[in-house]
Design a protein around this ligand. Structure first.
Ligand SMILES: C[S@@+](CC[C@H](N)C(=O)[O-])C[C@H]1O[C@@H](n2cnc3c(N)ncnc32)[C@H](O)[C@@H]1O
Length: 340
């Protein structure tokens, strides 16, 4: 019998050290909206937080939570929920004063590395991509939405100029057979596009953007983020921290626009009109810029290379708990069940 060492998939937390170093101190109650393997929660507790409430929609994070619970006891709680439900979570835990809310959005290394979750075109597996492990799968979308909706998903959520060509190839393929595996979809896209079309950056696999797009659609990622930021604005008190780490430009644009719209007086309004009370600034961006991982962190963890951290502090709430300025982000209202 051969003995094989079993490697447990793990996740190296990105930018949390930089965040903690930038804060004068860490204390009080924090909410970690993207618990994952608990790297952020652990770092916050070790840095001085009295309590951390973790949120994650993926039930497989429970195993990591058990390890933290054994170490930190009542200083740590986990909630299986979407982070857009942040306000309800704060109510459920009767949180009176929250010192900070952190997000490390996107997928974890455990989710990407496990072929059975279907997030990666580099590992063959079912075309799934559901963080919560229930609801509509990527295969449901690929095999059931109209060509126009598919093209919109790939264009708006993947920012892929080849969206229409890819959508056409998918529709043609599914007239003869369903596309149910990551390899099937990836081969199909490679066949339709070919690496030569990606001359400017040959190292990028042509499937990258479609996979990102499907993941965003399956998990409603952009709307989730926007709703969670609005909820954070409502539940944070003066001086509390909002810190968000993101990994692609669609997410970062939402975070940037959100913080900018809340940091200036009545953004978007004419300066000749009287200020609306509800549009008083609710946040101040710290450092006035995006923070990035150091070369050292990227060397140790190449997945950190595209990470961006934005930190803001909540200002004294005036004229209500929130700010009514809406921000724009792509939203594709695709319909299932329209096979052509
Ligand atoms: C990048 S990982 C976070 C890793 C974590 N910071 C750590 O150190 O282990 C993102 C996690 O957020 C979760 N997630 C993403 N979107 C979510 C949402 N809308 N609601 C709840 N959890 C979400 C994912 O399931 C995943 O476990």
């Amino acid at each position: 019998m051969t003995i094989r060492k079993v490697d447990f998939p793990s996740h190296q937390p990105v930018l949390i050290r930089s965040l903690i170093e930038k804060l004068p101190f860490v204390a009080g109650v924090w909410i970690d909206c993207t618990f994952g393997a608990g790297g952020y929660t652990r770092a916050l507790l070790d840095a001085g937080a009295q309590k951390v409430i973790g949120i994650d929609r993926d039930p497989s994070t429970l195993a990591h939570a058990a390890t933290l619970k054994a170490k930190y006891g009542s200083k740590f709680e986990l909630c299986e929920a979407n982070f857009s439900m942040l306000e309800l979570v704060a109510k459920q835990f009767k949180l009176k004063q929250i010192s900070g809310i952190v997000f490390d959005v996107g997928v974890s290394s455990m989710q990407i590395d496990e072929a059975g979750r279907g997030f990666s075109f580099q590992r063959d597996g079912p075309l799934d991509m559901r963080m919560s492990q229930n609801g509509v799968t990527a295969a449901d979308i690929v095999n059931n939405v109209s060509e126009a909706d598919l093209a919109d998903i790939i264009y708006y959520y993947g920012e892929d100029r080849a969206a229409r060509v890819i959508a056409k190839a998918i529709i043609k393929e599914r007239t003869t057979q369903e596309i149910n595996s990551t390899e099937h979809l990836s081969n199909l896209i490679n066949g339709a596009i070919g690496r030569s079309n990606y001359k400017s950056n040959k190292s990028v696999n042509p499937s990258t953007r479609t996979f990102q797009a499907l993941r965003i659609a399956v998990n409603n990622e952009l709307e989730e983020l926007y709703l969670a930021l609005i909820a954070a604005e409502k539940i944070l008190d003066e001086g509390a921290i909002l810190a968000v780490v993101s990994f692609h430009s669609l997410e970062d644009r939402i975070i940037k626009k959100f913080i900018k719209s809340r940091s200036t007086n009545g953004s978007g309004q004419s300066r000749y009109l009287p200020q609306l009370k509800s549009n008083s600034p609710t946040f101040r961006e710290l450092f006035n810029k995006v923070l990035r991982p150091t070369d050292e962190e990227i060397l140790a963890n190449p997945r950190a290379r595209s990470a961006k951290l934005r930190i803001a502090t909540r200002l004294r709430p005036t004229g209500g708990r929130g700010n009514s300025v809406k921000i724009e982000f792509p939203k594709v209202n695709y319909k299932l069940g329209i096979r052509q």
